[in-house]
Design a binder for this molecule. Structure first.
Ligand code: T1G
Length: 655
């Protein structure tokens, strides 16, 4: 086969009259300017060369094409523009077959949709996830996908950014066949057998007829999930439009909408989150450090947190030994984990074989000696310093010297726990968020003595658990709870200054939080913070402003939702403003001689955002957080900060 090169990233080989064009732009074959230029060159060549009867388009490595090059967004667009490349492919006079060897996402799927035929490898994944970046497909996806899969399926995939397997793509008509292991050969054969005089151009197909109810349901399902974001609604509008306008009109409206959204604040925020997630968990100088081998994970405590952690570990493919204080508690732990597995099966997240496989890798015992086999032990016992320290001292005598000990504490100082053990350098913090099998966020606490390879191992484990690891230094509450405490403090100051809890909650919900702070405090329970305030009372700085109202709520037995009353009352479970609380607030203000002020929604958001950002700046200057984008990810993934705003540090930078 003779090799041809059309750009740094586009090469081709002629095989038996078929030009095999390969996109090779590591790491995901994004459609950079060089890729687009090379593709145009390859098609130019194929058009002129009479020996070429057809083209096969494929990707190098594990991706077909991971999408348009997101790194080019926000910069002046460079020709050739993607829609022009795509139009060139679809209009080509000779058969063009896509051999989808891996992920075909965004512009990658749009390129495939413009080909005349599509063959996929079984492991290929296909999707138009642009809404996750606050945009819509901008190169024909909203107009071509419905011509193959129908309006309802196209709405489901595009407005939800849902990625489908090759098998589902085949069922939907998005690909013509799935090739188990001879994808390229099959694609060449397909190109050769395709009649150039009767090419099936996707853009020229009419939209398949389907029930209006199915379309309306797909649309309402997608819009219900999208909450405050604009892109999903625009995606629904554009896909529906495909049924009533010509291809060129639809493409023009799609492009206009794409450009408008691409330049929006929301898209800038979501792009920030996308790159932040890829930067997270990277620690300067750790690249060269080899992580320890982990196969067996011990978990002491299989209560709410421990069972969630156990399921994450089982999902990560590990063997798990859960340990409880006695046989009865061990049985309860086994049942709790079995319940989580059943829920995963019922929700369709797990099939029966997967459940079987996980159960087969789980042991729950009262015999702590079994942990001598463990490569790491994660404790998820009662958050008390003595309990955790004594446990680690017991484990010191049971586990191997090269085993890691991880503490899942929220508020205790892991350095103190580590200092009480024989080998402090093997201790690391893993702060899971409840429910631990669902919440992606995992704060990996780099204690003062933690060895580099122990930290590297914890980061590998976090990824295998499917978590988003954020490295934190040791400070009370680590990154998330320290910022959340500042947020709570400022919210309480504002109540004392004149804003009501319901005004503050409404302002933050309008900004994009699923729940305002006082609703969250009531849901979490007021007694935890109250206990901590009482613990700290003796050492509190008398000069520091102190809001007495939360103490009074607790003294009145108002601990939040669970007691039916907190900052709000909850008659029949419905959150309502309680005049008793309003009176308590007014009394507390009067005692301090505060004349209540009124605040606009914007003032409320700005003041609470500033409280979070000031604490974030402190965490950065103290070296607790490695980068501002890590702080954004913690607040988005652990505390409901709207991703469409990018996180507190990003949002503050844009204001
Ligand atoms: N553009 C630029 N860089 C990208 C990229 C992209 N589309 N996708 C990934 N990267 C980088 C990423 O930042 C990281 O860089 C490295 O590749 C590995 O990524 C016109 C406008 C493809 C499933 O939304 O979902 O097409 O940290 O760690 O886990 O309508 O990346 O190494 O420097 O995620 O194997 C639509 C986004 C774009 C897909 C691979 N496409 N990417 O996952 O690797 S908009 C997407 C992903 C668009 C059109 C519109 C995943 C992946 P670094 P990674 P991975």
């Amino acid at each position: 086969m003779s090799a041809l090169r059309f750009s740094d990233t586009i090469s081709a080989a002629l095989a038996d009259g078929t030009l095999i064009v390969t996109i090779d732009n590591a790491p995901v074959n994004a459609l950079s300017a060089d890729v687009r230029t090379g593709l145009m060159g390859a098609f130019e060549h194929a058009e002129k060369d009479g020996n070429i009867a057809g083209i096969v388009l494929t990707g190098a490595g594990s991706s077909f094409v991971g999408g348009a090059d997101i790194k080019e967004f926000g910069k002046p667009p460079v020709e050739p523009h993607l829609p022009d490349v795509i139009a060139r492919i679809e209009a080509f006079a000779k058969p063009v077959v896509a051999a989808i060897n891996g992920v075909a996402l965004g512009g990658g799927l749009e390129v495939a949709l413009a080909c005349h035929r599509r063959l996929a490898a079984p492991a290929a994944k296909l999707g138009l996830p642009e809404v996750k970046l606050g945009i819509v497909p901008g190169a024909g996806g909203t107009q071509r996908l419905p011509r193959l899969a129908g309006i309802a399926a196209a709405i489901d995939m595009i407005a939800n950014g849902r990625i489908v397997s090759a098998a589902e793509a085949l069922k939907l008509g998005v690909v013509d066949s799935v090739s188990p292991d001879t994808l390229l050969a099959d694609a060449i054969a397909d190109a050769k057998s395709t009649n150039a005089a009767a090419l099936r151009r996707t853009g020229h197909l009419s939209i398949p007829a389907e029930a209006v109810e199915a379309i309306d349901k797909a649309a309402s399902d997608a819009l219900r999930k999208s909450r405050a974001q604009h892109a999903p609604a625009e995606a629904v509008r554009l896909v529906r439009l495909a049924a009533s306008v010509s291809l060129s009109e639809g493409l023009a409206e799609e492009r206009r909408t794409f450009i408008e959204l691409r330049d929006s604040e929301e898209a800038a925020a979501l792009r920030h989150v996308f790159f932040a997630e890829r930067a997270a968990g990277k620690v300067e100088g750790l690249e060269a450090v080899a992580p320890r081998k982990i196969e067996i994970i011990g978990i002491v405590g299989t209560g709410l947190m421990g069972s969630g952690i156990a399921l994450s570990a089982l999902n990560g493919g590990y063997r798990v030994i859960g340990v409880e204080q006695n046989a009865e508690a061990a049985q309860k732990g086994r049942d709790r984990i079995a319940g989580l597995l059943d829920k995963a099966v019922q929700s369709g997240r797990l099939d029966a074989a997967g459940r079987e496989d996980r159960s087969g890798r789980l042991t729950v015992t009262a015999d702590m000696e079994q942990l001598e086999q463990a490569d790491i032990v994660i404790e998820a016992v009662f958050d008390d310093l003595t309990v955790k320290t004594e446990l680690f001292q017991r484990l010191d005598a049971i586990v191997r010297a090269d085993a890691i000990l991880a503490t899942n504490t929220s508020y205790l100082d892991p350095d103190v726990i580590a200092a009480a053990t024989r080998l402090p350098e093997r201790v690391v913090g893993l702060h899971f968020f409840s429910p631990a099998n669902i919440m992606r966020l995992l704060e990996v606490v780099n204690c003062r003595k933690t060895a580099p390879d122990v930290l590297a191992t914890a980061l590998v484990l976090a990824k295998r658990f499917g978590k988003l690891p954020i490295v934190s230094g040791v400070t009370e509450g680590f990154i998330g709870n320290r910022i959340f405490s500042a947020y709570r403090r400022e919210a309480e100051y504002m109540v004392e200054d004149g804003a009501s809890p319901q005004e503050i909650d409404a302002a933050l919900e309008a900004y994009g939080f699923p729940m305002g702070p006082f609703a969250v405090f009531d849901m979490a329970g007021l007694e935890i913070a109250w206990a901590r305030r009482k613990r700290q009372a003796a050492t509190r700085d008398p000069a520091e402003r102190y809001v007495i109202i939360p103490d009074r709520l607790c003294e009145a037995g108002r601990f939040g939702q669970k007691t039916g009353r907190g900052w709000y009352a909850y008659p029949d479970g419905k959150r309502t403003v309680d005049p008793e609380v309003t009176a308590m607030i007014e009394t507390a203000r009067a005692e301090k001689g505060i004349v209540p002020k009124s605040f606009t929604k914007e003032e409320i958001v700005s003041r609470l955002l500033k409280a979070m950002v000031d604490e974030g700046d402190a965490l950065l200057s103290e070296g607790i957080a490695a980068r501002a984008s890590d702080i954004d990810l913690v607040m988005i993934n652990g505390y409901g900060f709207p991703a469409s705003k990018g996180g507190p540090m990003f949002a503050a930078g844009r204001r």
